[in-house]
Ligand binder design. Structure first.
Ligand code: LLP
Length: 428
């Protein structure tokens, strides 16, 4: 990120503070998040999409009160997918009309809370939910703005677990076979619902624009079918999140303006062909906003050389603060940041401290061959889906998130868990 540099002694500094100082003040492992980078990325998305579109930050990537305040100040909206995320958003003062609620199995409590608060939209994901949300809204004397989530049937080129637009998965209602059209039919009949649009999210960590383009085209085709059948032009489409980021130097991500241009071009062209007014477009980037803004700082505890096999470098965290390597074979890079070294680089495996051999942070890393206990290692691009997917496995204490503004006045935005936190829940 922009505020990271290396000083003359080879020590990396962040917003003017050396990582050694940061490790002393905040401990390790810890996530350090560059606030100005986060805000700049929010603005890049807003500017790329312009005033005739809405950018919803996907809170699942990482959410805290500070994040909500920054989003509010940078004029972004917020996508939440659980009662917990909704509570955080409302607590930190995000206006309800700027919140969208997602989920394939929202509870009655979650829906009720969202409708009561007056969220801007609920994204409907099943036939049961269409009826459920309508009943709750009617009971509360409200008309809830909703979108219908559809699966457009494209195979996004990403890991199977994070691809969501092919038909055989749990999200959405399929365009193929007419379930999506049937969902529209049912939603339009219910007084508790104001159907405002169609939603499609094709997956995550995607570099290729083609999937987004197919998705946009098929969603517009559905708008045309809805107009032909019901005489209604739905005013909004949401094309989800999913833009990939660079985890290693091999990744070549697209910029927000590239996806904005691609989507606008397709939607405008398809609407013109179908004789539709261009709907308001929204998108839901999570990873692309927060992913690159943070790195994890670890301390090396042991270095174990297995002759003829490999060297294992163990750090003081692991799968409890970054499950992505174990879960998706995700690739990360790692650097020695507490000193410079002229030693030859060697291939190592950076692992965590958990009781599990799959507890890998970086599968194949190059570190100076004199890497030793006490060294600090940084793993970049851990802003998305690391703290938010962190666990207490082995009763690990989840690490803090420290915001580092440009002036270097680092401050904790999510504190480190303590043993007291762990034991507080254990009431047996
Ligand atoms: N909108 C919807 C409806 C989503 O389901 C998601 C992600 C997003 C937006 C944001 O996608 P993004 O722009 O962050 O790619 N845990 C996985 C990612 C799962 C994403 C689930 N949905 C990972 O660590 O890669």
């Amino acid at each position: 990120s922009r505020t990271v540099t290396r000083n003359a002694d080879g020590v990396v500094t962040v917003g003017g503070r050396s990582v050694t100082e940061l490790a002393e003040e905040f401990g390790t492992p810890a996530y350090f998040l560059d606030e100005s980078d986060f805000r700049a990325r929010c603005r890049a998305w807003r500017d790329a999409f312009g005033p005739e579109a809405d950018v919803f930050y996907a809170g699942k990537a990482f959410l805290s009160r500070a994040i909500v305040r920054w989003l509010k100040e940078e004029d972004l909206n917020l996508d939440v997918c659980s009662g917990g995320e909704l509570a955080t958003a409302l607590d930190a003062g995000m206006p309800a009309e700027r919140i969208a609620l997602h989920g394939n199995n929202k509870s009655t409590e979650e829906i009720t809370r969202a409708v009561e608060a007056g969220v801007g939209r609920i994204v409907l994901d099943s036939f049961q939910e269409i009826v459920r949300v309508a009943h709750i809204a009617e009971r509360l004397g409200k008309r809830q703005r909703v979108q219908i989530r559809v699966t457009v049937g494209v195979e996004a080129h990403t890991h199977e677990f994070i691809a969501t637009a092919h038909e055989d998965q749990k999200f959405g209602l399929a365009l193929a076979g007419g379930q999506a059209a049937e969902a529209v039919r049912r939603a339009l009949k219910l007084d508790g619902l104001e159907l405002v649009g169609i939603h499609s999210h094709i997956g995550s960590q995607i570099f290729d624009m083609a999937g987004f383009e197919v998705s946009a085209r098929r969603v517009v085709q559905l708008l045309a079918e809805v107009r032909d059948e019901h005489g209604v032009e739905l005013p909004e489409i949401d094309l989800g999140g999913g833009l990939g980021i660079a985890y290693t130097s091999e990744d070549d991500p697209r910029e927000p303006h590239e996806i904005a241009t691609a989507l606008r071009t397709i939607v405008t062209r398809e609407c013109a062909a179908a004789g539709l007014a261009v709907p308001r477009i929204s998108v839901e980037p999570g990873r692309a906003i927060v992913g690159p803004t943070a790195f994890t700082l670890y301390e090396v505890g042991t270095v174990k050389e297995l002759p003829g096999l490999r060297t294992y470098v163990s750090v003081d965290g692991g799968m409890s603060d970054n499950i992505r390597t174990a879960l998706y074979d995700a690739e990360y890079s790692v650097a020695l940041v507490s000193r410079s070294s002229t030693a030859e680089p060697m291939q190592v495996r950076v692992v965590g401290k958990h009781c599990e051999s799959g507890d890998i942070v970086v599968r194949d890393a190059f570190l100076p061959s004199d890497v030793a206990p006490g060294d600090l290692l940084a793993v970049p691009a851990t802003g998305a889906y690391c703290r938010s997917m962190a666990s207490n496995y082995n009763h690990a204490l989840r690490p803090p998130v420290v915001a580092v503004p440009e002036d270097g006045k680092a401050r904790v935005i999510v504190r480190r868990e303590t043993e007291e936190d762990l034991l507080r829940l254990d009431v047996g």
